[in-house]
Write a protein that binds this ligand. Structure first.
Ligand code: ADP
Length: 377
């Protein structure tokens, strides 16, 4: 028995990952040495303490609300919960310093319980490690994408400029074939510029370095102006477009570039993913304390099994990939990030083959100014 105990102790103390075992009242039963080092707390000092005081979670520099704390979720849902680098969570050590964390919480079920959803429980095992290094590597990768896409913009603009001059026949007349090929070249270049801009935006969002410059704006006129830019595609597909908005929409303090990006992505998706003859509706309503923007289409819809993924980077649903080759899968990630930084919310309903409705709520109190290296483009 003694032998077994010392073997177990040796295993626990040689582990590189922090391990904390808690009982059903969230009291620490035991903690290994690695956890002690990470939390700057001696293991024997932790025993008997409430784990909620020992492992305090933060997202950015804000303490996580109680119901979002992964340990609580694992205990109430009685499910294994993993926290990865992408969840962007940190834990505060006793010296007050935050460190980024990856974690796995496995609730323990009382022995002899029947299988199926467990009611009672016997605490949980928490395994965690410091992911500062991984976060630094991830950051370096994002910085490289940011730098590369920024640098790519200059030569792409030059191509655009010269192609426009040639197409405009400023340096000599062109045959129809030459015009056609140059137009194809210019269109491809435009798509490349859009892709590079999206990558630049994603990297600025991920680095948290983009600026927000609010000024009083009229959401309806930005929405309409984006729609008028989409007119060639709308006409080509014979789509019916309707716009409705409250006549007394107040000016809201928001960054016009960011609002344009939101409308641009949602409206161009509605146009892109609706077949000829379909309908698109844009509505803006005053629902204090918010502005409610609704963009509805009668298009291809999003398959139910893939709806959970559509705000993730590079995701494109199966049902549209062969119908619509153009697309990066970055638009909705950018839109959601902008809306969330602004204190708003985005939701959608979609039925495959019937259509999709996106609803964006933006607080009338407006966006908060954020100083950053650059804005989004
Ligand atoms: P993409 O560049 O592919 O349009 P987005 O991030 O804007 O990227 O959208 C991600 C995916 O969500 C799309 O590829 C498509 O599968 C789906 N999607 C977005 N909007 C709509 C819509 N209005 N109707 C149907 N599917 C949509």
């Amino acid at each position: 028995m003694k032998d077994e105990e010392s073997r177990l102790n040796a295993i626990l103390s040689s582990m590189a990952e922090g391990l904390v075992a808690i009982d059903n009242d969230r009291k620490v039963i035991m903690m290994n040495q690695a956890a002690g080092i990470l939390l700057r707390t001696a293991p024997q000092e932790a025993t008997g303490r409430d784990v909620r005081d020992l492992l305090v979670f933060f997202r950015e520099d804000k303490e996580l609300p109680y119901e979002e704390v992964p340990i609580e979720r694992a205990m109430t849902e009685r499910n294994i919960i993993s926290v990865s680098l992408l969840d962007n969570l940190s834990v505060r050590a006793k010296n007050g310093q935050l460190f980024p964390v990856a974690m796995m919480i496995a609730p323990l079920l009382t022995s002899g319980e029947p299988s199926g959803p467990a009611v009672g429980g016997a605490g949980a095992i928490i395994l965690f490690r410091d992911v500062t290094k991984e976060r630094e590597i991830d950051q370096a990768k994002t910085e490289l994408v940011s730098l590369a896409s920024h640098q790519l913009r200059t030569p792409l603009s030059a191509i655009n400029w010269y192609a426009e001059m040639l197409i405009g026949q400023e340096v000599g007349t062109l045959t129809d074939k030459q015009k056609e090929y140059l137009q194809a070249l210019s269109d491809a270049n435009h798509r490349m510029i859009e892709l590079v801009n999206s990558l630049l935006n994603v990297s600025r969002i991920d680095l948290g370095t983009f600026a927000i410059e609010p000024t009083p704006i009229d959401f309806a006129s930005i929405g309409k102006s984006v729609l008028s830019e989409l007119e060639p595609q709308v006409l080509a597909k014979k789509l019916k477009v309707t716009v409705e908005h409250d006549p007394n929409l107040p000016a809201v303090s928001a960054d016009p570039k960011l609002v344009r990006i939101i409308f641009q992505n949602l409206l161009s998706n509605a146009v892109k993913y609706t077949p000829s003859g379909g309908e698109i509706k844009l509505a803006i309503a005053l629902t204090p304390p918010n502005l409610l923007i609704t963009i509805a289409d009668t298009g291809y819809g999003i398959p139910a099994s893939q709806q959970a993924k559509i705000f993730t980077k590079l995701f494109r649903a199966d049902n549209i990939r062969d119908k619509e080759a153009e697309g990066t899968g970055l638009g909705l990630y950018i839109v959601k990030s902008i809306i969330e930084v602004s204190g708003g919310k985005i939701e959608f309903d979609s039925l495959e083959g019937k259509g999709t409705t996106f609803r964006v709520t933006m607080p009338l109190s407006g966006m908060t100014k954020k100083v950053g290296a650059k804005g989004l483009t």
